[in-house]
Ligand binder design. Structure first.
Ligand SMILES: Nc1ncnc2c1ncn2[C@@H]1O[C@H](COP(=O)(O)OP(=O)(O)O)[C@@H](O)[C@H]1O
Ligand SMILES: [Mg+2]
Length: 319
């Protein structure tokens, strides 16, 4: 029987989902795309069960493609799959860490990965101190959770920075104040890491005066060659967060590469087209490698920096 892969995705028609399914099928997997919100979990004294419309879901591997708006529910489904001793191509812990910019920065900085100076603000009284700690304005104010550049702002004056912070606090968001890397205004480098190897990279550039380079804001992408230093940092960032598949965003600063963000469900369209690399095929090759390891008698879920996964959920609360 062919090994079975479940891609957890709410968008079966999305480019990334389709490409992952297509290449996994070519590599010998029987693939199903299931909406994580349509799955139900039964917890029992054993490893528990997962159902889809009343049918039990059984598989040898999953690739979670969990959207931001459903992170909590998606992560709880992934956690249940982890108990089944299968291949998890991004663990619940990895996804959780990457979705919280503060946790990700803390873990990376503890692992000596260079990151921009970033200050958390929990109440308005902290704002002036936070601005000073990152070197004053201009500075970046961003929400701890967020994607596609929607919660990221450039403040040119202290007054504007304070106003942005207050607005976020009022809305129950968790603001971060960050040093502005002026020399990389409007551009960054996205590196795709799969199974501890760099499989593709691209440069993203914004249009006009926009300082955010996000593709979703109309930015453009182009092929780029990166130095071994950039590659090493991207691989380490993915490894520290425990991600099998990671889109690592780096800024080119005067003091060298800085990791800005690590994405656990990176989009494949822009980067496959810009780089000409077959990232989806690299993912299925990795699945096959992990399947061999699983077949060699390991009875635990495997994921993250080539190691057999141990239950390290305690790490999340540490950070
Ligand atoms: N500190 C910074 N200095 C310079 N540019 C930044 C900085 N922070 C963010 N940017 C720009 O804004 C974009 C979005 O920021 P990011 O933190 O990745 O948020 P999101 O998760 O919404 O993508 C980045 O890709 C980068 O181009
Ligand atoms: Mg980003």
């Amino acid at each position: 029987m062919d090994p079975r892969l479940v891609i957890l995705s709410r968008g079966p028609q999305l480019y990334s989902t389709k490409r992952l399914a297509e290449e996994a099928e070519k590599a010998g997997w029987a693939v199903r795309i299931l909406d994580p919100l349509a799955l139900t979990v039964v917890v029992d004294e054993n490893e528990g069960k997962i159902f889809h419309k009343g049918w039990q879901v059984e598989c040898e591997a999953i690739i979670p493609r969990i959207g931001y708006s459903v992170t909590r529910r998606g992560v709880s489904i992934v956690r249940q799959f982890e108990r089944m001793g299968i291949i998890i191509m991004n663990s619940s812990d990895g996804i959780t860490r990457s979705r919280d910019k503060l946790i990700a920065f803390q873990m990376m900085s503890a692992g000596n990965i260079p990151v921009p100076i970033t200050a958390q603000v929990v109440s308005w009284e902290d704002t002036n101190r936070a601005i000073n700690r990152v070197g004053g304005t201009p500075c970046v104010v961003k929400s701890t959770e967020g994607t596609h550049g929607s919660g990221v702002f450039l403040a040119h004056t202290d007054q504007h920075a304070r106003q942005l912070v207050y607005q976020m606090l009022e809305r129950g968001m968790r603001p971060l104040v960050q040093e502005y890397i002026e020399e990389s205004h409007g551009k960054d480098i996205r590196v795709l890491v799969v199974g501890g190897n760099v499989v593709a990279c691209m440069r993203r550039s914004s249009i006009g005066d926009e300082f955010r380079s996000n593709f979703h804001l109309g930015g453009t992408v182009e092929k780029v060659d990166i130095s071994p230093e950039f590659k090493k940092i991207a691989i380490e960032a993915a490894s520290i967060l425990g991600l099998e598949i990671a889109g690592v965003d780096l800024l080119e600063s005067e003091r060298g590469p800085l990791v800005l963000e690590v994405n656990s469900s990176p989009g494949l369209e822009g980067i496959e087209k810009a780089s000409g690399e077959n990232i989806a095929a690299a993912v299925s090759e990795r699945l096959n490698d992990l399947l061999r390891v699983l077949g060699e008698g390991n009875n635990k879920s495997i994921s993250g920096d080539l190691n057999i996964r141990s239950d390290d959920s305690s790490k999340v609360s540490e950070y």
